[in-house]
Design a protein. Structure first.
Length: 213
């Protein structure tokens, strides 16, 4: 397959799934060799086995990294620190896309970013929303409440208000306290319920301080 023909087939796609590309091909080996060569010469970026991204100079659309996070491991959604950044709950940017998945944990490092996947049991895989960019790129990101509870659950932390101060937890008005408490009960974990109560108290204190300013 020549590069021009290949680009006509895939340029409108956010990512390239080699399995779909090779469906119906009698002898896929030569195409796989060509894909490997294009990666070597910088025309393609390999994200993982059978999943590729066109080099930036060949793309017709911008790539949305949260969408890539959903492609690299399914099912998964962005949570923990990266979701804090997305919702403005912390002041700093976070370089790693931390996600939760019901599959095996692991870290995937690519030319467009690092994606760290943490395992969570099936019964706790909820509390996220989907977002669509460019009509084709769908990402999944935890709500502010679920991102906080996932963080304390997966870290196994016993927190107090001082810890939340150290986190520089901000924009607490974005935290729906009723939803936070409802979600915490669904964890059926005393430590998570206690963490939610501390967040509730901290949020009330911060809101009161903001009104006085």
């Amino acid at each position: 397959m020549k590069l021009e023909e290949f680009l006509k087939r895939v340029r409108g796609l956010p990512v390239i799934d080699a399995e779909n590309l090779l469906a119906g091909v009698t002898n896929p080996a030569p195409v796989k060799v060509q894909l490997s060569r294009w990666c070597k010469f910088g025309k393609l970026i390999k994200l993982k086995n059978n999943i590729y991204l066109l080099a930036e100079s060949f793309r017709k659309m911008d790539i949305y990294e949260p969408y890539i996070a959903s492609v690299l491991k399914k099912p998964s959604y962005i949570s923990l620190q990266k979701a804090f950044e997305y919702h403005g709950l912390i002041p700093e940017g976070v370089p790693v896309y931390t996600c939760v998945t019901t599959k095996r944990p692991g870290k995937v490092t690519t030319l467009i970013g690092t994606f760290d996947y943490r395992h969570i049991k099936n019964g706790l895989f909820w509390g996220y929303n989907s977002f669509t960019v460019n009509k084709q790129q769908v990402a999944f990101i935890a709500t502010p409440e679920k991102a906080l509870l996932d963080f304390f659950y997966l870290k196994g932390l016993q927190i107090d208000e001082g810890y939340l101060e150290e986190m520089r937890l901000q924009n607490v008005r974005k935290i729906n306290i009723s939803r936070l408490m409802e979600y915490a009960k669904r964890f059926r974990n005393p430590g998570i319920l206690r963490a939610a109560q501390i967040i509730k108290k901290y949020a009330a204190k911060r809101k009161k301080e903001e009104k006085q300013l």
